[in-house]
Write a protein that binds this ligand. Structure first.
Ligand SMILES: [Fe+2]
Length: 194
């Protein structure tokens, strides 16, 4: 991702540090915009006996992640940058694949979301760690986002966990495998079809 030339930044920050922070924030903006759209896609496509609980569990998180995107974009502008919020740029610049599951059971989508959240939270934590030496104000903002996302990730994982604490998706490296593992034998054919 090309970094922006800043005309000004917030007082007390070097231009070099601010430029790097804006680059980190732009990647988080892509991640949040992708995530809230993906969450709505899941909200619309879940089926099965637990439809209403999972359908309704997702919407408050959509609102939170939309709020994160807004905070990130406004922090970019505060630092003198220009946030990029258009979908074409997101698709061009993102380093992850499109969410691949269509209409599927609640368990299959929750298995897929477990993988999505593993990716988003890991990349958020990488940015948080790098910000240690760059900008604690931006880091503080991202820490609050991570706290909310990790809580929601637990909601997801609580559906995938047995009473021994084992996750059905353990060891899965992509959404399809996670959906297959989470859906169980009876749903395996449906998951493969996606
Ligand atoms: Fe809805």
């Amino acid at each position: 991702m090309a970094s922006q030339k800043l005309k000004y930044t917030t007082p007390g920050m070097s231009e070099a540090d601010a430029t790097r922070v804006v680059t980190l924030l732009q990647d988080r903006l892509y991640a949040c915009n992708d995530l809230h759209l993906t969450l709505k896609h899941v909200h619309w496509n879940v089926v099965g006996p637990h439809f209403i609980s999972v359908h309704e569990m997702i919407d408050p998180q959509v609102e939170e992640v939309r709020g994160f995107a807004d905070e990130i974009a406004e922090r970019i502008a505060t630092l003198g940058g220009s946030p990029v919020g258009t979908p074409g740029a997101l698709v061009q610049e993102r380093s992850w694949d499109e969410y691949s599951i269509g209409r599927a059971t609640t368990q299959e989508h929750l298995g897929g979301l477990d993988l999505v959240y593993q990716g988003v939270i890991s990349s958020y934590r990488d940015a948080m760690n790098e910000l240690d030496d760059l900008d604690l104000v931006t880091q503080d903002m991202l820490i609050a986002h991570i706290n909310s996302m990790e809580l929601f990730h637990w909601f997801v994982r609580a559906h995938l966990e047995d009473k021994g604490g084992n996750l059905s998706t353990h060891g899965a490296t992509n959404e399809s495998d996670a959906a297959l593992a989470a859906g169980g034998a009876t749903d395996a054919t449906a998951a493969v079809a996606h």
